[in-house]
Design a protein around this ligand. Structure first.
Ligand code: GLY
Ligand code: MN
Ligand code: MN
Length: 435
């Protein structure tokens, strides 16, 4: 791991919050992610399962965390299993956790080797009535690849058919939506690194620079600041590509007069930042680009103020839709007839702004949470309005990350340049361009 070790309290607090929500007589079992096969004898870089990390900070494959808060067997209320290392692994892959290190990272005192798990877990499961299993319940997620958690849950059901099974995800989603102060601190670090990368981009974008060169600058800045890398595939979209919402090819050469839509975020200690900015390749917005830019920015400014406790996300999205509708009329993209004849289920503004405005942010970029619970203090949301006009090769998205508090929203990206004049000024600083 490139990041500095996080405070153990972060994970201890998360475990305390989780066990408070468990049914009496329950054991909860959490697995790490798999090391995913790439090709031949190689694997994709390892990324820890968000929930296992959330509860333990253990950032290694083949790890299992077990919580059994009212276990009658002394010393077994929380434990973890880690991969037993040896000289061969040490020689070829390097250091893996020792038991002492796993204890220090997680605060979990009882650490066993994974090859001891079967016997220990069998005895504990027989002392429990309920077993919490942890499956990926993201409502947008579909995959044919079974996770370690899913494979294990299937084995448990086969082996212990008389036990009650419980879902860990509803509890985890409820908890993960509300960030602790420790977590907000880590998200701030990801955001800080992301801001540094954006400033670097402002200094190097000009006609004839390729999108992948810009991506390389960002990656460079991320890694030199100890980020794991990108929290998601970065979108570096110039010209017509700015209208492709999930454009990730990043292979076009930027041209004079283009807009460049950037959507990227560092992942530091597994916590994501999620930033979007749109800048003129030439260093100056055209009049039309500026008008659309100002519309998007004004929607962002109004929308982030609406991220306050008690508001329902669905209502919030409708309100943002109304703001966007009026901006689109102002820009001449919609007229009164479009509004009058619009289909309630597909409002006219969606022709130019077809994605949601906000999602939870945390260990996952589209973080675990419920879109039906009211907004609460401690939640971190993105705020990301956009206007996409393919007929004009013009797409603009602006995205900041916002912490909800009882005293109003805090824009965690307030320091990252967003005003059009500031962007132009930074892009045209002589010393920067080396003129
Ligand atoms: N970068 C993904 C998103 O903005 O949701
Ligand atoms: Mn984004
Ligand atoms: Mn986003």
């Amino acid at each position: 791991m490139k990041y500095e070790v996080l405070p153990t309290e972060l994970f201890e607090l998360n475990r305390r919050r989780f066990v408070r929500e468990m049914e009496p007589g329950s054991i909860a079992i959490f697995h790490s992610n798999d090391l995913m096969p790439r090709s031949g004898d190689s694997y994709f870089p390892f990324r820890q399962n968000a929930d296992l990390f959330y509860l333990s900070g253990l950032d290694q494959e083949e790890t299992v965390v077990v919580l059994f808060p009212d276990c009658v067997k002394e010393g077994f209320r929380e434990l973890a299993f880690i991969k037993r290392t040896n000289d061969h692994i040490r020689r070829w892959e390097g250091e893996k956790y020792t038991k002492e290190q796993a204890r220090a990272v997680s605060g979990i005192q009882r650490i066993h080797w994974l090859d001891e798990m079967d016997g220990i877990l069998h005895e504990l499961i027989l002392l429990a009535r309920n077993i919490y299993v942890n499956l990926n319940e993201h409502d947008h997620f579909r995959s044919e690849v079974p996770t370690r958690n899913l494979r294990f849950a299937r084995q448990l059901k086969e082996r212990y058919p008389a036990h009650q099974f419980q879902r860990a995800q509803p509890v985890l989603k409820k908890l993960a939506m509300i960030k602790t102060t420790y977590e907000v601190e880590v998200i701030r670090q990801s955001i800080d690194i992301t801001g540094k990368a954006f400033n670097r981009v402002l200094k190097m974008v000009r006609p004839e620079v390729a999108e992948f060169e810009i991506e390389a600058e960002i990656t460079h800045e991320f890694l030199r600041n100890r980020a794991n890398g990108h929290a998601y595939e970065p979108i570096i979209a110039s010209g017509a590509n700015s209208c492709v919402l999930h454009y990730v090819q990043n292979n076009r050469v930027c041209a004079d007069g283009d807009l460049l839509l950037l959507d990227f975020g560092a992942e530091y200690a597994n916590y994501a930042a999620d930033l979007s900015r749109t800048i003129p390749v030439s260093g100056r917005f055209t009049r039309r680009q500026r008008a659309v830019y100002d519309s998007v920015l004004s929607v962002l400014k109004a929308a982030r103020q609406m991220l306050v406790p008690g508001v329902l996300l669905e209502e919030y999205h409708k309100e943002v839709g109304k703001l966007m509708e009026s901006e689109l009329v102002g820009l001449g993209l919609l007229d009164a007839a479009d509004i009058k004849n619009q289909d309630k289920n597909f409002p006219a503004y969606k022709r130019y702004f077809m994605h949601g405005t906000s999602h939870h942010l945390g260990l996952d970029v589209h973080d675990r949470g419920s879109r039906y619970d009211p907004i609460q203090a401690g939640m971190v949301f993105t705020c990301e309005p956009g206007i996409y006009i393919p007929e004009e090769d013009l797409g603009i998205r602006l995205e900041n990350d916002i912490l909800v508090t009882d005293h109003g929203p805090i824009d965690l990206m307030a320091e990252i340049p967003i005003e059009a004049e500031e962007i132009e000024e930074l892009m045209n600083m002589e010393v920067v361009k080396g003129v």
